[in-house]
Write a protein that binds this ligand. Structure first.
Ligand code: AMP
Ligand code: GLY
Length: 429
């Protein structure tokens, strides 16, 4: 099978790496990819959100399966175009991608489906006064979210009503996130540990849960500072047993897939359930329509069966092969540029890549990197630069390998959280 992966971040490097190891896969292309993906696949210069450009490459390269990594091409309807041309595609059509493209719509689907979630209200143009008044009714802390896509940065969680008010004003005016923020969702603040459950879906009413993961959203140690796309992740999660996964799958996930079907939406791809384990039970914080990044960088290395087979079966509506996982644990530490998430510094030469990659059990996935025509080496080109994944017999071993590798890396202003999976090591039996 010839596979094309769309995207160019750490998630796509992990997917291309997993596909390249699959017996079912003969050749992997990544468009546009990055210097990391070029070590396991062939990169193709490509605008992944342009359906016609993607279609042309898929035809030229005789692609059997397109795997769409990021949300933007999904929301833009790239899957719709590929499917209508008869190309097997992993990733939902634009109708299903709306789950991530509009938080207001996602909340409406959850309500219709009867999925437990945070209490909320939606506000749009001309409703600033109502939104500010709604804030006054909240207790504890405040959560304000852009309706549209904001690369994981459109969520403010704060105890300060002034900060929440500022978010409301800057979102609705369009100053902060343009059109993505002109509609916003205000919701009740929930507490509890978070869980990312990635579910493979083939358009039927039943999905298949991949190994659970936990993500670290805040930039700073001890969960402080602004939200990011994710600063690290680990899998498995000690406090999540099979029974919890089963109850989420037969409850919230099944209800959601049934509600989508009722709306004539056939969902094929990953349904990423972002769950908070509250004292009242699991509640759905959000759905995403793609693999989590960096969750993908710990879940894919733990898949023992053939990733290419699973993605192809999901894309072609006949998931039958059982997904098998290794008993290994995986921990990934995101190494970021100075100034991330607000304004990352880029263009610095990355030192120590080879040494980091040589650590036993470690794979360094590239996220924001580029090569240069004029100079040797690999340079930083984005906020999240690398995702350093360590695998091992325990979370403790996986974690220590990942941090050993991180220790070899260097560039001016290099930033990472020192506490990824630290609590999980303490909880591990
Ligand atoms: P989202 O993009 O909706 O997943 O939000 C990003 C992050 O913000 C989540 O992973 C949580 O850490 C936090 N968050 C979102 N919604 C809430 C909420 N209702 N209560 C507390 N924290 C939240
Ligand atoms: N790691 C969070 C996300 O992919 O949205």
């Amino acid at each position: 099978m010839r596979v094309l992966v769309l995207g160019g971040g750490g998630r796509e490097h992990a997917l291309a790496w997993g596909l390249a190891r699959s017996d079912s896969v003969d050749e992997v292309f990544v468009g546009p990819g990055n210097p990391g993906t070029s070590s396991v696949a062939t990169n193709i210069a490509l605008d992944a959100v342009n359906p016609e450009a993607v279609l042309q490459v898929a035809r030229e390269k005789a692609i059997d399966l397109v795997v769409i990594g990021p949300e933007a091409p999904l929301v833009a309807g790239v899957a719709d175009v590929l499917r209508s041309e008869g190309i097997a595609t992993f990733g939902p059509n634009a109708d299903g991608a709306r789950l991530e493209g509009s938080k207001a719509w996602m909340k409406e689907v959850l309500a219709s489906a009867g999925v437990p979630t945070a209490m909320h209200a939606t506000f749009g143009a001309g409703e600033e006064d109502q939104a500010l008044r709604y804030l006054e009714t909240m207790e504890g802390f405040y959560v304000v979210k852009t309706d549209g896509l904001a690369a994981g940065k459109g969520v403010v969680v704060t105890e300060s009503i002034d900060e929440a008010r500022d978010a409301v004003r800057s979102y609705l005016s369009g100053d902060a996130f343009g059109d993505a923020g002109r509609t916003l969702v205000i919701e009740e603040g929930l507490t509890g540990p978070e869980l990312s459950l990635l579910v493979l879906c083939d358009g039927s009413l039943q999905g298949v849960a991949l190994a659970p993961a936990q993500d670290f959203k805040r930039i700073g140690a001890g969960d402080t500072g602004p939200n990011t796309g994710g600063m690290g992740a680990y899998s498995p999660v000690p406090f999540v047993d099979d029974q919890i996964i089963e109850s989420v799958m037969s409850g919230s996930v099944a209800l959601t897939l049934a509600e989508l079907k009722r709306r004539d939406i056939e969902y094929r791809g990953v349904l990423y359930a972002g769950i908070m384990m509250t004292p009242q039970g699991p509640k759905m914080l959000e759905y995403n329509v793609r693999f989590g990044d960096p969750e993908c960088e710990v879940v894919v290395p733990r898949i023992a069966s053939d990733l290419g087979v699973h993605l192809y079966e999901a894309a072609t509506s006949r998931m039958t092969t059982k997904v098998e996982f290794t008993t290994d644990s995986a921990v990934t530490v995101v190494v970021a540029a100075e100034g991330y998430p607000a304004s990352p510094r880029t263009g610095d030469r990355i030192e120590g890549l080879a040494e980091a990659n040589a650590v036993e059990g470690v794979t360094v996935f590239h996220a924001g990197t580029r090569s240069s025509d004029n100079a040797e080496g690999i340079f930083t080109s984005g906020g999240r630069v690398l995702a350093v994944t360590g695998c091992g017999a325990s979370i403790k071993e996986a974690r220590s390998r990942a941090y050993q590798a991180v220790g070899y890396l260097d560039w001016p202003g290099i930033t990472f959280r020192p506490d990824i999976a630290a609590n999980a090591v303490a909880e591990e039996v």
